[in-house]
Structures are given as structure tokens and as C-alpha cells.
Design a protein around this ligand. Structure first.
Ligand code: FAD
Length: 307
């Protein structure tokens, strides 16, 4: 099918983009970024905006800035650019771990991280990453901007707190404390498909490699990414080789209790609940293993520094 008619706008800079959006946003205007979600929706006539504001010519939005506090990703930074960024991986490895699971390389060459957040598909990996890390999205409009925390940004399936006339200019993914590790595991019916279930995990340890914080964010099991703090189930336990030691089964049980999966043509709610528990154990163990390796490396570096 072909899209229904729309007026095409291609602003050359941010000011012009915000002017155009202020004019056409309330009148059914939509931002076009990588187009990997929007174009199929237009072609299937599931969306029929009167105006399309193509921001791909706007300079300065394709940045990936990694600092000690976290990684700020600009609106036109493609999945592939963030996935390949070594500074971003050093500060927040969960980004790369998640991006490897997003679609296929050709789609990652075009699709944007910020576009995926605004699109807010409950099966998408990046909203879960932002929610798990407690990140935020920066939205600009003519005359100002606002930062929205992940906990408020995802408001429902395919719904985010983005008002007509606003452009999401960047997203911020915070770093984790020292001796932290992350992992992302999912199961999809075919490689590159959206996941039937997926779990991102972050685990932080103390100097004795005991769990001080453990959280997961689950995809495809609720209307928005479901963040579950499982520290009560496994906190205080020492982590051994391979991320073993803590009672990850108890943590997974807490996750299964909190999620809200539904039946669909691909899987029953019960199957998704079971799968999420299995993936939670895998992701928590992987994250704990990474955190322990980080802790051992930090202790070794401190020891060498003293010699
Ligand atoms: C075959 C296929 C498989 C896929 N598999 C996965 C997958 O496994 N996991 C996954 O997460 N994604 C998957 N995707 C989606 C892909 O990741 C998209 O790139 C992403 O969801 C949207 O990014 P985009 O830049 O293409 O956004 P677009 O398609 O351009 O826009 C998507 C929506 O966000 C809005 N928008 C985009 N950018 C902004 C902005 N800066 N400010 C305000 N509004 C904005 C648009 O108006 C539109 O409503 C898949 C896509 C395809 C085609």
C-alpha cells in the first residue's frame, strides 16, 4: 500500500525544525527520523499524518557523548553508531548489549535510538534500557526544552510523553556505580524479530562482592517496560565465579509476580511469564558475573597502584 497524502518538510537546522513543528505539530505533524517504524505505519495506513517533518538534514543531532556520568545520545545517532561507540560502551555497556538484539544491521544503520524511545514499543529493547538505568529524554519546542524521566516518559503501548510540536533532541543513559555489571537476554521467534520476552539486568556489588542492588527491566510483558527491583530477594549474597551464589530463582519469582503478560498469536501469557523468569535468571547471573569481574579488576588496579 501507499501512504495517504502528506505535506513534506525538510528543515535545515534546529530552529527551523522547531518552527515547522510549532506550526504543523498540533495539526497532525509527525517527525521523521530513521523511518524504520514510521514508514511501515504510513504504508499500511496505520498512521496518516497531514505533515511529515524530516529532521535528517538538521546538523548537530547525530552526537554520542560519553562522560563519567553517562552517555547522551542525539536524536539522529543511528543504532549502529551507538552500538560501535567504544566510549559509550566503556561508560554504559548495556547500550551495546541491547543494540545487538535490535532488528538487523541494515535497520540499525538507519533507525535511531531516540526514535525508538519516542515510538515506545513495549517489545523494544531501548525503552527497557532507559527505564532500567533511570535515564531521561530531552524534548525541545520553540522557546524551551524539558527533560522527562524514563519512569514518566513511557505512558502506554506505543505512547510516550511527547507533545505535538516537540522534538526529542537527545536521551541520557546514566552510568552505574563501580563494581556494576549489566546483561540483556531475550528470545525471539526469528533472529532480528521483536522479542517474545526479554530481560535487561543491572547488578551492583560491594567490595566483598556481595550484591547491594539488583534490578531488571522486562520487555513484551506489559504495556510499558516493567522495571522490578529484586534486591530484597538476593541482596547481601556473595557472587562467585560465573555470577553464581545469590538466589536468582527467588529473584526470578519476584519478577514473575510483577509482570503483566497477555496472550497473543505468538505465545500464551503463561509461557511469557515462564520465559521471563528463565531470562531473568540468565540476565542477573550475567550481570553479576560482569560486576564481579569489574570488582576484581578495580581491586587489582588499586593493589598495583599501592605498589
Ligand atoms: C523489520 C524490522 C524489525 C525491527 N526489529 C526491532 C527490534 O527487534 N527491536 C526494536 O527495538 N526495534 C525494532 N525495529 C524498529 C527500529 O528499531 C526503529 O528504528 C525504531 O523503532 C524507530 O527509530 P526510527 O529512527 O526509525 O524512527 P521513525 O520510524 O522515524 O519514527 C518512529 C516514531 O517516533 C517519532 N520520532 C522519531 N524520532 C523523533 C524525535 N527525535 N522527536 C519526536 N518524535 C520522533 C516519529 O514521529 C514516529 O512516530 C524494527 C524495525 C523493522 C523495520
Amino acid at each position: 500500500m501507499k501512504p495517504s497524502p502528506f505535506e513534506y518538510h525538510a528543515p535545515a537546522d534546529l530552529d527551523e525544525a522547531l518552527d515547522v513543528l510549532a506550526r504543523v505539530g498540533p495539526d497532525g505533524g509527525k517527525v521523521l527520523a530513521g523511518g524504520q517504524s514510521l514508514i511501515p505505519l504510513l504504508n499500511m495506513r496505520l498512521a496518516a499524518p497531514a505533515h511529515l517533518v524530516d529532521v535528517n538534514r538538521v546538523a548537530g543531532l547525530d552526537t554520542v557523548e560519553a562522560g563519567p556520568g553517562g552517555v547522551r545520545v542525539g536524536a539522529l545517532a543511528r543504532h549502529a553508531a551507538v552500538e560501535r561507540s567504544l566510549p559509550a560502551a566503556a561508560v554504559q555497556p548495556l547500550l551495546g548489549q541491547a543494540l545487538r538484539l535490535v532488528a538487523h544491521p541494515v535497520i540499525r544503520n538507519r533507525g535511531t535510538v531516540v526514535g525508538s524511545l519516542v515510538h515506545a514499543d513495549p517489545s523494544a529493547e531501548l525503552p527497557a534500557v532507559l527505564a532500567l538505568l533511570g535515564g531521561s529524554v530531552r524534548l525541545a519546542h520553540r522557546g524551551g526544552e524539558r527533560d522527562v524521566a524514563a519512569a514518566e516518559f513511557f505512558t502506554g503501548p506505543m505512547e510516550s510523553d511527547t507533545a505535538p510540536g516537540e522534538l526529542a533532541v537527545s536521551a541520557f543513559f546514566p552510568a552505574l556505580p563501580p563494581r556494576s555489571g549489566t546483561a540483556f537476554h531475550e528470545v525471539a521467534r526469528r533472529h532480528g524479530d521483536y522479542a517474545m520476552a526479554g530481560v535487561a539486568a543491572a547488578v551492583t556489588l560491594d567490595e566483598d562482592l556481595r550484591v547491594t542492588a539488583a534490578r531488571v527491566a522486562c520487555v513484551s510483558v506489559g504495556p510499558v517496560p516493567m522495571v522490578v527491583d529484586v534486591t530484597a530477594a538476593c541482596g547481601g549474597s556473595p557472587v562467585a565465579a560465573g555470577g553464581t551464589g545469590p538466589d536468582w530463582d527467588a529473584a526470578a519469582a519476584a519478577v514473575r509476580d510483577r509482570i503483566e503478560p497477555e496472550d497473543d498469536i505468538h505465545a500464551t501469557a503463561d509461557y511469557r511469564r515462564h520465559l521471563t523468569g528463565v531470562l531473568a535468571v540468565r540476565a542477573l547471573r550475567g550481570a553479576a558475573d560482569g560486576a564481579a569481574a569489574d570488582g576484581v579488576a578495580a581491586a587489582r588496579a588499586a593493589g598495583e597502584g599501592e605498589r
